[in-house]
Design a protein around this ligand. Structure first.
Ligand code: AMP
Length: 302
């Protein structure tokens, strides 16, 4: 099945307790599309500025990512600066420069309009809705967002939420969006806003899946070396939706597999800065870690 993502393509400056990286390739759509590209081709809709180097476009193309929806606009590429404390669970945003994202109005190439699966990556909810409106009858839609949009554009976000099947956010965002501290209560309130499925990412504590029928918990892989959590959420979403696009089945059992795939891919991403780990990652490493996940959570019946 075809898979489309809209989101940010960015230059990130990141500081973690283990080092720092200045102006490196990042962005929600970048992490998502590279993560999903391990499973399926991806169509990318995003904007970059005049300063975006051709080598980065070539890198995306080399990953089976169709960049015909990557607009190059006048001005500077979006920039984000963040810092992580010892906990590594949540980034503190130090600076956000929207630059070309401020005037971006996505226009899907004709060939993208019949996409089966759409991921609305972290970006202005007005733009997320615009993209959704241009896709003809998608089979599955999912959305990510962040505290920045929950505080600055809640009404628009709530409108967009009504239109999607799945929401993928972290625990802090789930609490902020619902006004509930308890995640089970938060999930009930959020699912009543529109999305039938809610996935709450909890960093090193894994991910929780809520649907009408069931709750599923996936652990995070216990890693020895976590260098940079940036993009973990988008990589999770990319692995999750990339797997669903590859396997074409949305039943409960396959959705659970997809959640583990998302967790596996995200676990690799955090082992290095920017997309460096993905650049070295080979598919057999993904399947090997999937099996390790299975062993990690397996126990016998009483
Ligand atoms: P995450 O997967 O949640 O760690 O997302 C990290 C990515 O989100 C970074 O690469 C940033 O470039 C991007 N990002 C941060 N703030 C924003 C924003 N306000 N809008 C769009 N993308 C953002």
């Amino acid at each position: 099945m075809s898979l489309l993502v809209v989101g940010s393509v960015a230059f990130d400056s990141v500081k973690t307790p283990f080092g720092e990286a200045e102006e490196v390739l990042g962005g929600s759509a970048t992490y998502f599309s590279v993560a999903a590209s391990f499973f399926t081709p991806v169509s990318l809709v995003a904007v970059v500025g005049e300063d975006f180097p051709d080598k980065d476009v070539q890198f995306l193309k080399s990953r089976k990512i169709d960049t015909s929806g990557l607009e190059r606009a006048k001005g500077r590429t979006f920039r984000w600066k963040g810092e992580y404390g010892q906990q590594l669970n949540e980034a503190k945003t130090l600076d956000t420069q929207l630059n070309v994202l401020q005037t971006f109005w996505p226009k899907l190439p004709e060939k993208f309009k019949k996409t089966d699966i759409v991921f609305l990556g972290n970006i202005d909810p007005d733009l997320q809705r615009e993209v959704l409106g241009q896709v003809e009858k998608p089979k599955l839609t999912a959305l990510d967002t962040m505290n920045y949009w929950i505080s600055s554009k809640k009404d628009s976000l709530v409108k967009t939420l009504k239109l999607v099947d799945i929401l993928i956010i972290n625990d802090g965002e789930a609490r902020q969006l619902s006004g509930e501290t308890n995640l089970v209560k938060a999930a009930q309130k959020i699912r009543a806003m529109g999305p039938k499925i809610l996935i709450i990412k909890r960093g090193e504590y894994g991910a929780l899946f809520f649907s009408k029928k069931s709750i599923f918990h996936a652990p995070a892989y216990p890693l020895e070396n976590v260098f940079d959590p940036t993009g973990a959420g988008d990589s999770f979403a990319g692995g999750f939706m990339g797997w669903l696009a590859k396997t074409r089945k949305f039943d409960d059992a396959n959705v659970r597999k997809a959640i583990i795939m998302g967790s596996v891919v995200a676990s690799f991403n955090v082992e290095d800065f920017s997309l460096n780990r993905f650049k070295r990652l080979k598919y057999p490493e993904i399947t090997a870690r999937y099996k390790a996940f299975k062993r990690l959570t397996h126990f016998e019946n009483l």
